[in-house]
Design a protein around this ligand. Structure first.
Ligand code: 9G3
Length: 569
């Protein structure tokens, strides 16, 4: 392609509203342009990258025996009412009415649609197991779209759905998709980890894994063991349960209320009393499905709300506000304690093992010391309700766990019959018995993956695309298009490369060399060929985007260099 006539609006200045490196570079490089918050146009070179990524996804999904189809974005509300999800999602689910006032949703995902489709089209277990997939635009009205394509409101997703007659069949499809995801992300050049995850809002009965692109801009926390393969989303991660060393010598010392005027936070308690956070029993009040519930954890730990929700089997969970606390507990926020609470109390394992703890007294400006869990308050509801901390022991090999930031680019779920129950998708099994279909679902955020690759492959000058997804393979740059020799050599080389099937972007613009080189660095095509002053000797300058120096060589040598990576094909 000739750059003069291509729509690649590069920018020198950094767009103010962009925070993430990938967001800045994809705007400056002329890959995307915003239309509205979280809604983007993919410009020609951005679309070329997206199609490269889709090509890899299609090759690997087809290789795994999945069938591509395309479902509508407009989904009848009835389907979401049958699955009982219409009420679960708030403003994030974009709803509309058609001309006859019928209710629709713009598809954020397609469990309902695909389950109804397979219910109405698959009549025998002999067609199973079956996996269908699509690469399609999804709509989710995020409250805070941010970081460009990383969290958009209209975005590209590859979503696949598998249907089986029994669980072992689902297990093998799940394993196959897991391996397929490994191949897809590896071919895209991504540095990633597959981690144990929480099924979250999708529910479902089985295991689930997320594929995390490692990046400091990632919103998720990956907990991984440097020695063994243990890796989990922080929502799910556990540590080797510490066994409390010492018994409690002070257990015959009664607990005692004492004045702590204005001392509310853990930090204030630690400083004022000279005690450690590990010896403090922190008590919080939540509202779970409308009911107040208290939780006691160690002062240096954080509540893991997903672990609480699962234990409570609650649909919703949020911190109680001060007035609710006053009503529910009879005491002020900031001085809540586990002793004598009139509401259910959950106790984290580590809090239950505190020997002589300090806790709120449920009275303004008072705390209690020498608190013994099990003696001074019930530890009937004890469990794992906390986030692990970096440095704790791995649950598998007891090496020390490390934290990484991650961008979720893939998520695979075992759904079971959650949707086939609601939508009555069943078929006769070999014994003629009507059986609800056992489902799995598998997502890749395709546009998010594009940004994750840029987050991992860039430098100050711009993007450094892996060859597998680059918009072109070679950036051919004649320094001066007034120079007949240079233009002639550039045209010759251009035709040769095109005829060899190489994707070439030729910068035939009447721009100064510096502008051309800065744009080439921004756009990030892996190989740059400069036709300069030695063109009359048939010499070109070969430069890889990932190295700083150019190498002079003949046209023949340059072509050989370019073809080398593809030699095996
Ligand atoms: C909604 C809205 C947002 C949502 C969902 C539903 C996330 C929703 C979970 C999934 C699960 C899997 C198939 C591909 C892989 C992920 N956000 N999820 O169900 F109505 Cl507004 O989408 N779906």
């Amino acid at each position: 392609m000739r750059q003069r006539s291509m729509l690649i609006p590069t920018l020198r200045e950094i767009p103010a509203e962009a925070e993430a490196a990938s967001h800045k570079l994809m705007i400056r490089g002329g890959f995307i342009r915003p239309l509205a918050a979280g809604i983007y146009t993919y410009l020609p070179i951005g679309w070329r990258v997206l199609r490269k990524i889709e090509h890899i996804i299609r090759e690997e999904m087809d290789r795994a025996g999945a069938q591509e189809l395309l479902m509508p974005a407009m989904q009848p509300a009835e389907l979401w009412k049958q699955s009982e999800r219409y009420g679960v999602y708030g403003p994030e689910l974009i709803r509309l009415h058609d001309r006859n006032q019928r209710e629709f949703a713009l598809g954020p995902t397609h469990e309902e649609v695909v389950t109804a489709l397979i219910r109405d089209t698959v009549s025998s277990y002999r067609s199973l197991p079956m996996t269908v997939y699509q690469i399609q635009t999804k709509f989710r009205d995020e409250r805070r779209p941010r970081f460009g394509l990383l969290r958009g409101r209209e975005f590209m997703m590859k979503d696949a759905y598998s249907f089986a007659i029994d669980w072992e069949s689902l297990d093998s499809t799940y394993q196959s998709m897991y391996e397929t995801y490994h191949r897809i992300f590896t071919r895209c050049g991504l540095h990633f980890r597959a981690v144990e995850a929480d099924a979250g809002s999708i529910g479902g009965e089985g295991e689930t894994h997320e594929f995390m692109a490692l990046s400091d801009i990632g919103e998720d926390t990956v907990v991984a063991c440097p020695s063994c393969g243990y890796a989990a989303n922080l929502e799910k991660a556990v540590a080797l349960q510490q066994k409390q060393e010492s018994a409690s010598p002070s257990s015959n010392v009664l607990c005692e209320k004492f004045a702590t005027p204005g001392i509310k936070t853990i930090e204030q308690l630690v400083h004022a009393l000279g005690i450690k956070a590990e010896a403090i029993i922190k008590t919080l009040v939540y509202i779970a499905d409308g009911q107040p519930i208290a939780i006691a954890i160690r002062g240096d730990h954080e509540v893991n709300e997903l672990k609480m929700m699962h234990w409570l089997r609650a649909e919703s969970l949020e911190l109680a506000d001060e007035q609710t606390i006053q009503q529910a507990v009879g005491g002020p926020a900031g001085f809540i304690g586990p002793i004598g609470l009139p509401i259910k109390l959950l106790v984290d394992h580590s809090a239950a093992q505190i020997t002589a703890g300090t806790a709120g007294a449920n009275t303004t400006d008072y705390h209690v010391r020498n608190v013994v869990p099990g003696r001074d308050f019930s530890i009937e509801h004890v469990g794992d309700f906390r986030n692990v901390k970096e440095g704790e022991s791995c649950p598998q090999c007891s090496d020390r766990l490390k934290f990484y930031r991650g961008i979720e680019v893939g998520h695979v779920f075992k759904l079971g019959t959650k949707y086939s129950d609601k939508l009555k998708a069943e078929t006769a099994d070999a014994a003629g018995q009507q059986t609800k279909l056992i489902m799995g679902c598998y997502g890749i955020g395709v546009s998010r993956l594009l940004s994750a690759i840029v987050e991992q492959y860039h430098d100050e000058q711009g993007i450094r695309w892996p060859a597998s997804v680059a918009p072109f393979q070679v950036h051919l740059i004649p320094v001066s298009i007034q120079d007949e020799t240079q233009i002639h050599l550039a045209e010759t080389l251009y035709q040769k490369l095109i005829n060899l099937g190489i994707e070439v972007l030729m910068d035939d613009r009447e721009e100064r060399p510096g502008v051309k080189f800065k744009d080439a660095d921004l756009i990030g095509i892996p190989i740059r060929l400069v036709i300069g002053k030695k063109s009359n000797e048939g010499i070109v300058e070969y430069k890889s985007r990932t190295s700083s120096e150019s190498v002079e060589m003949t046209v023949a040598e340059a072509i050989e260099h370019i073809l080398k990576p593809f030699a095996h094909e």
